[in-house]
Ligand binder design. Structure first.
Ligand code: PMP
Length: 440
């Protein structure tokens, strides 16, 4: 068995964790592979197998594994202390870098995860507007705050009619009141967005928008949709919150800047921590003033034992400094090359696949044409089976392609790595057995 050591660890894990691991997102086929270490673009598992890593801890590691400048900076810091109840210079350094780069961010607060960042962005919008509700896009993932996750995992039997998508609760026992305060919009449906936002306007604090939701298919936003959302929000005094936890990696100035959105708040995370836990809420001074407790009690008190810990701050700053405009240009070129090469392979073999994504992100869909929203992205059973075969094929060829075939590149990758991904994909298309054949 090529994963005997992983199997042993998984057996131990099953004794202490409800499903053997401690993250719902851990991939298992048939069991999770336990990692010994990461090296640049590669992962080495406990059985000694080496994989090109297209997951990068769900897009976090934009420099790949073991990025030495960040690790050296953290190593120098460690003996001086890893967390304090007092502030340090390191939080100001990272904050200044982000304020400097991201147009929507005049002021910022740090937390520890993207979930917290989205949660506090929603709470900030509530504190600012005095209203409770959130409008969000169907299928998008925003972490696990109740109001951010309702509507993320709908299926054809639960998601409701196209005109009235349902805020499907994420788990049994979610208070019914959560759904009352969540309005679901369909991605790229400008008219529907106008209508649904206007109908609920007096209860809405914010519209939570990821410009290119990963679970929604990494599909480009239609400019009309973005304009409809932003205009309607402005008309009713509703705040626009961009969730850039994942998509900040789309450019030097982030995703909202890339897509011409001027949000009131953004939520960030992942890449800004240089491989350590982080989240951030940033926005205009006017809105961020809800966090200001200097004259007594803040409208919104936000703390957190590990918030702004110096380890994440230093690793994040060093890692972001290395992400120059040139570094982003190179990532974009690598991504463009990969998406073009995958598309060319599909054309050569005339299979029913299509590629989406932007910058360092890509996704392979088992579809004839590019989907427009979550409902079109949603895979049919034979498509799910063929995608499973694809990720298995990639793994057997030494490439970790995340489930759903949504992958990301890192600055540690070379042209040879892009060729390798393309070559494995092409061989998959040639040798695909039965169930993928149905997608042809
Ligand atoms: N928002 C988006 C868009 C995300 O991709 C994620 C994580 N995948 C989150 C929020 C939650 O971030 P975290 O896992 O750090 O809590």
């Amino acid at each position: 068995m090529p994963y005997a050591q992983s199997a042993q660890l998984f057996a131990r894990g099953c004794g202490v964790f409800p499903d053997g691991t401690t993250r719902a997102t851990v991939e298992r086929d048939p069991i999770p592979r336990y990692i010994l270490k990461g090296e640049g673009a590669y992962l080495i598992d406990v059985d000694g197998q080496r994989f090109l890593d297209l997951n990068n801890n769900f897009t976090t590691l934009i420099h790949g594994h073991g990025f030495s400048p960040a690790l050296d900076a953290v190593a120098r810091l460690l003996r001086d202390g890893t967390c304090f109840s007092n502030p340090t210079v390191h939080e100001i350094d990272l904050a200044e870098l982000l304020v400097d780069r991201i147009p929507a961010v005049e002021q910022i607060r740090f937390v520890n995860t993207g979930t917290e960042a989205v949660m506090f962005a929603i709470k900030a919008a509530r504190a600012f507007t005095g209203r409770p509700g959130v409008a969000r896009v169907e299928g998008a993932y925003h972490g696990s705050y109740d109001w951010a996750e309702a509507g993320q995992g709908g299926t054809p039997s639960t998601w409701g009619s196209p005109d009235a998508p349902v805020a499907v609760p994420a788990y049994a026992g979610t208070p019914a009141s959560v759904a009352d305060d969540v309005v679901i919009l369909r991605f790229n449906d400008a008219e529907g967005a106008r209508r649904r936002i206007a109908a609920a306007a007096d209860r809405l604090a914010c519209i939570l928008l990821d410009p290119m939701p990963s679970r929604g298919g990494l599909i480009p936003p239609d400019p009309d949709f973005i304009a409809a959302v932003v205009e309607t929000a402005r008309n009713y005094g509703i705040l626009v919150v961009c969730d850039e936890v994942l998509n900040l990696r789309q450019s030097y100035r982030g995703a909202s800047a890339r897509y011409g959105i001027e949000p009131d708040l953004i939520a960030a995370g992942k890449i800004i921590g240089g491989g350590f836990p982080i989240g951030a809420i940033g926005g205009s001074r006017r809105v961020m003033s809800v966090f200001d407790g200097s004259a007594g009690r803040a409208k919104l008190a936000q703390g957190g034992t590990f918030s702004a810990n110096p380890v994440s701050m230093v690793a994040g700053r060093v890692s972001m400094e290395a992400l120059t405009e040139l570094a982003f240009d190179r990532l974009e070129e690598l991504g463009d090359r990969l998406r073009a090469a995958l598309t060319a392979a599909i054309d050569r073999h005339r299979t029913h696949h299509v590629i989406s994504g932007a910058a360092s992100l890509f996704r392979i869909h088992p579809k004839r044409t590019l989907p427009h929203d979550y409902r079109e992205v949603y895979p049919l059973p034979h498509e799910t089976a063929s995608m499973k075969e694809m990720t298995r094929f990639f793994r057997n060829e030494g490439v970790i392609l995340p489930d759903g075939a949504a992958g990301c590149l890192s600055t540690a990758m070379s042209d040879a790595d892009i060729d390798k991904i393309t070559d494995v994909f092409e061989r998959f298309l040639v040798t695909t057995p039965v169930s993928a054949g149905e997608a042809r």
